[in-house]
Ligand binder design. Structure first.
Ligand code: AMP
Ligand code: MG
Length: 351
């Protein structure tokens, strides 16, 4: 299959929407930008189309997908019950990077929810994404548009790397804004439970809802030891670059010292260091590749850059990646969740 790539305005915005919507209506696959990461979309009410997503991504069939909607009217057709707390979240965070779990109606094909009685739903704030959904007239099932297990795509070129020849169309809307995926909040339990940290922080949710539980699987940090997470996707290898990746947490001067020591001990290895504005000058050794992920004062900037940084390491074909850790406050929770998974839980603590 030939994969077409279209810029947002080529030849006009409206034509791109129409082409994308036509493919979705005909059961094909379209990768498109959202404010979080690029999504790989199919008609969320068409079981066969949804199966194509699992195939293109190599996604395990027990990992359910998020349905993307463009209006609250659409939501009512898909779910059995909308609790008051969910209404409050919609008023505050929709459209935006918050996914909520509801009890599903039968209209949703089983494959979307991997056999669960619940469904994950989000209304993206990216206007192209919403226009595409509206144009298609159906909810769009869209996981991140990467090969399963790899870092999520935040640029159209990332999608092309993974999906060339496997999908009908990639819409290039430039780099995505948030850079990590949506927050997933389970609204079928009381209090609501955070299943995946992301673009909306736990602090923001607590400020609105009061009590919010956190899935115990999130607190472990070592994916292999978490056997039965509530969110099936959490148990899989995720966001992993090709090279071995190791996270260093603690006092930043000590982190730099430890990384320097390891660079010195491995003169024959191509090592990448993922550092930050504030720490760049702390390193004495020069690694094969040094990436500045941004300022620690602006965690949004770090979130925006991490997946691109991991893919740059792949491109440079490094052997080892050493990455600095962050606090779990605010966006730090989502950033650390992605980095810990990218490292497969391999962390040097207590520095
Ligand atoms: P992705 O599509 O890569 O952004 O991942 C979607 C995330 O939402 C995965 O972690 C899924 O496990 C999670 N998810 C989707 N549907 C459900 C559901 N019904 N219940 C719990 N988690 C879900
Ligand atoms: Mg994903």
């Amino acid at each position: 299959m030939e994969t077409k790539v279209l810029k947002l305005e080529s030849p006009t915005y409206q034509e791109v929407i129409e082409k994308g919507a036509m493919i979705i209506k005909n059961g094909g696959l379209v990768a498109f930008p959202t404010e979080t990461v690029y999504g790989l979309g199919a008609n969320g009410l068409d079981q066969e189309a949804v199966c194509k997503i699992y195939e293109a991504k190599g996604r395990p069939s027990d990992n359910p997908m998020i349905l993307h909607i463009s209006s609250r009217e659409m939501l009512k057709k898909l779910v059995r019950d909308i609790p008051k707390a969910a209404e409050d979240c919609m008023d505050m965070f929709w459209p935006g990077p918050l996914t909520m779990i509801f009890f599903k109606k039968d209209i949703i094909p089983e494959k979307v929810c991997a056999g669960l009685d619940t469904v994950a739903i989000r209304m993206p704030s990216d206007s192209f994404a919403r226009n595409l959904i509206e144009g298609s007239g159906v909810p769009i099932a869209a996981p991140s548009a990467n090969t399963s297990g790899r870092p999520s795509p935040t640029k159209a070129s990332h999608v092309l790397e993974d999906m060339a020849g496997k999908i009908d169309l990639i819409v290039d809307g430039g780099p995505t804004e948030v850079g990590i995926e949506s927050t997933v909040l389970d609204m079928t339990v009381n209090p609501p439970m955070l299943l995946r940290p992301g673009g909306v922080t736990l602090e923001d949710l607590k400020a609105l809802l009061g009590e919010v539980d956190v899935d115990p699987a999130l607190l472990g940090g070592k994916p292999k030891e978490v056997l039965h997470p509530k969110s099936p996707g959490q148990k899989y290898k995720h966001y992993a670059p090709k090279a071995e990746c190791l996270l260093f947490a603690g006092n930043l001067k000590n982190v730099a010292k430890e990384v320097d020591k390891r660079i010195k001990e491995n003169p024959n290895k191509k090592i990448a260091v993922l550092a930050t504005e504030e720490t760049l000058d702390l390193y004495r050794e020069k690694p094969y590749l040094m990436i500045n992920m941004g300022s620690r004062e602006h965690l949004q900037e770090i979130a925006h850059n991490i997946f691109n940084a991991l893919r740059e390491c792949d491109e440079a074909e490094v052997d080892l990646i050493y990455v600095e850790g962050f606090s779990f406050q605010g966006m730090g929770q989502g950033i650390m969740n992605r980095l810990l998974k990218a490292c497969g839980g391999k962390v040097v603590l207590g520095l």
